[in-house]
Every structure is written in C-alpha cells, then in structure tokens.
Design a protein around this ligand. Sequence first.
Ligand code: NAI
Length: 344
Amino acid sequence: VNALRSASAQSAASTALRAMSTGSNDMKVAVLGGAGGIGQPLSMLMKISHPPAHVSEVAVYDLAHAKGVAADLSHIDTPSSCHGYVGNEELGAALTGSKIVIIPAGVPRKPGMTRDDLFNTNASIVKSLAEACAKYCPEACIAIISNPVNSTVPIAAEALKKAGVYDPRKLFGVTTLDVVRARTFIGQNKGFDPQSINVPVIGGHAGGTILPLLSRVEPSCSFSDEDRDALTDRIQNGGTEVVQAKAGAGSATLSMAWAGAQFAFSLIRALKGEKGIVECAMVESDVTECQYFSTPIELGVNGIERNLGLGELSDYEKHKLDTEVIPELKASIEKGINSWMAQV
Ligand code: NAI
C-alpha cells in the first residue's frame, strides 16, 4: 500500500512539475547583472519562487561568473530551471523567451557618492541592455534597478522607442526598496508587524525625490511632527545608511534583492491573470509634470493596468512634492533624456 501511495505521489508530483514548466505556467525571468551583489540573491529568490508567483526558468546573465552562479542555483531542489549566460554573445539566448527582465547591472555607490555619481557608467549599460531587450524579447516587462533609476528609466524608454517597441505599460523603475524600508521603519515606530503595513511611497528613487505618504499608512495611525520628519528622512536616506555601514563594499544588496523579488512576484501574479495587485513603481506618467513618476500602480496581464495616481496628500506632503520631489526628479529625467540624445 505504501509503495502504491508513494508511486501515485511521485506521479502527481511529476505531473505538477510538467505543468509548471510548460504551457500557461511558462514564466522565464532574466536577471541582467545576475552575478552581482543584488543579482545573486535575486536570482536565488526567483529559483525558489512558488505558485502563484512561480518562475519556470531563471536566466542569469552577467559579464562574468554567471555560469557558476547558475550551476550553484540549479542544484536547489525546486522545479524551476536555471541557466547562466556570459558576455554579449550569450545575451540573446538569455533574453529570448523572457517574460520579465530584471536589470540590476552596473556599479553601486561608495561612501560619499550620490546615485547621480553613477550616471556616466550605468547610463550606457542600461542603454545597451534595453536595446538588447528590444531585439530579443520586445514584449517582455522590464524592471530597472540600476541607479540612478530617476535617469536610467527614461534612458531605457528612449532606447525602446528608438527600436519601435516601447510599451509604457511594460517599463518599470524599481522603487520597492523604498516601500520595504518605509514598512520596516514605521513598523518599528508603531510596534506593528511590518508585513501588515501598507504605505504608498511616491516620486522617484533618490534622496529628496522619495516621498513616503505617512498620512496614508494602513492600518491607520498618526505621527507627531517630529516622528513624521524623522521617518521621512530615514526612508529617504536609508540607502546611504547601508552604503556607510558597508564602508566601501557597495550598497544595499540583500534588502534590494528581497524588494526586487517582491515586485517581480507581484508582476508575475498579475501577468498570470490575478486581479487587484498593486505596487508602487516609477513609470511613464501624467499624474504630475514629471514624465516618469512613481505612484501606486495596479498591475495586470499586460503590465500596467491602471495608474492609481497621487490620491489625497497632507499639506506637508503637498509642500514636499512641489518644492523638492518634482524639481529634482524633473531635472534627473531631463538628464537621462539629454544623455540619450547626445549618444544617438
Ligand atoms: P555589483 O557591482 O555587486 O553588481 C553589478 C553586476 O552588474 C556585476 O556583476 C557586473 O559584472 C554586472 N554588470 C556590469 N555591466 C554589465 C553589463 N553591461 N551587462 C551585464 N552585467 C553587467 O552591484 P550591486 O550592488 O548588485 O548594484 C547594482 C546596481 O543596483 C547599482 O547601480 C546600484 O546602485 C543599484 N541599486 C538600486 C537600488 C534600487 O532601489 N533601485 C538599491 C540598491 C542598489
């Protein structure tokens, strides 16, 4: 009897395994920069994903070391497959068939640097990777982690437009780490489980362009002016806290991988048809005068289903939006677009 039970369990498992790696459950995710500080744990989180956000195939792409990372991950006993691709000549194979491309390729900050100091190096990396996406997986959703996100997202958009495949519903600047930090710091302040907290973080992804909407925290709660100021400041500068603690060894990698995975899992669920999934992300937008702006976005089978907009803001948040977020973010977006113009 036990042998029969075990045989039928095995056959059920292999049927489930086949279903996961074929048909509508196909969900190839490529991680570009997959052997880096963010790329490795992010690729691992993709490898250990499970329904309803199951990834059937993880493509780890980098300029070096991606095969080793993929070989290592491929021994994890989960149903996803995992392959490594190295160098420009294997980029096409990494991207072909991908439904989602996550891009954490590029250099991270060292103490004393702003995200904008990374511009020169990372702008051209993101440009060339976006061009490759246009060629090999023009219908994929692209999630950009490489900083400065406020400028790399417009650069990727221009590259996709030039190739004639730009779909504004499918390009995202990943700002989820700001939401993850907001949840964590608010949880500590209020004694709440951070996972139970919902808080929109709008604007961009750099210092003063990051605006957590503390007036809209769920479960509903209020903050003294002092706590509100301190929390806003800590959420805006959480990245620098990590850069300083790492003392020259880079910026947030593990928390970023976690945040990137949360965003990817939400996107996967939405692409597979689940309704009502909302994430904040920097996307093309007409909500403010900034051409790209992060607000809560309802995701769907084609990427962005609906931009939920700014919603109601407190006077404090309105003031910060007008005097800090919009002017700085507009300038960073223009810088991205101008650099694109200079390169073409
Ligand atoms: P890292 O240096 O550890 O890894 C970057 C990887 O990208 C390296 O393995 C490198 O070989 C690879 N790479 C460089 N050029 C490439 C190319 N043309 N094609 C493919 N791979 C390429 O850096 P880390 O810590 O993983 O950070 C990556 C980026 O993510 C940085 O720009 C950093 O500022 C950004 N970041 C963004 C955050 C966000 O919230 N959006 C948070 C934290 C970091």
